[in-house]
Design a protein around this ligand. Structure first.
Ligand code: CDP
Length: 238
């Protein structure tokens, strides 16, 4: 693939904590693309429901909230606290609140509701239509952007994913335990993979990359060679 034939949309799907957000952001930075992590949208809606005291079982109120809440995802502009982007919910920076165990516990339930998904997918496609975007999620290659020029499915063993998430959590100042993180990862994979609407699964034309025991840098080099871009630098970079 030549640089001028770069896919306009790169879809990255995969299970919980598989490293897809880290890899997606690094890839977007290498290519000079926008990065949209769609999980943050479902997480922000879940947080909005928690803050309003709406139960995750209350499909009607949560669906209404999906249309009403003011959600913005803003690319990095020099922040150095390890965030990949900034998420604003009703004008408040909630970037780190999205990663709480309370949000982990409810997000997969909230993400099953058809009215929620249609609202989110509509917003995601609007970003996708602008092009030059790496979009990360569970159903990007299958449902949101089925025409994406490159589809990747990033996986790792559940134990490795739980270990990586534990490191993230400790860095963020939380004192979670490996066993409870592993249980949450396995539970969410089960719910996300078995829901009726847009279940998590690789698209038939996706390339699956198992990242167990491999660093993000090594995985990025693999993706760059899939793109035939081993020596590619985006415009404006040395
Ligand atoms: O970062 P992690 O892999 O733990 O999760 P995430 O990508 O932030 O996604 C959180 C949850 O949102 C998932 O467990 C899914 O329930 C839901 N989700 C979804 O249903 N569809 C997407 N395109 C992205 C996320």
């Amino acid at each position: 693939m030549q640089p001028d034939l770069l896919p306009d949309v790169i879809a990255i799907d995969g299970p919980a904590a598989s490293g897809k957000s880290t890899i997606g952001l690094m890839l977007a930075q290498r290519l000079g693309y926008l990065c949209l992590d769609t999980g943050s949208m479902y997480r922000a809606l879940t947080l909005a429901a928690i803050l309003k005291g709406i139960s995750p079982d209350n499909e009607n109120d949560i669906t209404r909230l999906a249309s009403d809440c003011d959600l913005a995802i803003i690319p990095l502009s020099g922040e150095t606290d390890g965030r990949h982007y900034t998420v604003m919910l009703n004008g408040v920076d909630v970037t780190w609140d999205l990663r709480s165990p309370q949000v982990d516990a409810a997000v997969s339930q909230v993400s099953t509701y058809p009215g929620v998904r249609s609202r989110m997918v509509e917003r995601q496609r609007a970003v996708g239509r602008r092009g030059r975007v790496v979009m990360i999620g569970r159903d990007i290659g299958t449902v949101v952007m089925p025409d994406a020029g490159l589809k990747l499915y990033i996986t790792a063993s559940p134990e490795e994913r739980a270990r990586r998430r534990l490191i993230d959590r400790v860095r963020q100042g939380n004192d979670d335990e490996y066993q409870s993180i592993l249980a949450d990862v396995v539970r969410r994979d089960q719910m996300d993979g078995s829901r009726v609407l847009s279940p998590m699964r690789p698209a038939v034309d996706a390339i699956t990359i198992d990242t167990t025991g491999r660093s993000a840098e090594v995985v990025i080099e693999e993706i760059m060679s899939i793109l035939n871009l081993n020596h590619f630098q985006p415009e404006g970079r040395a």
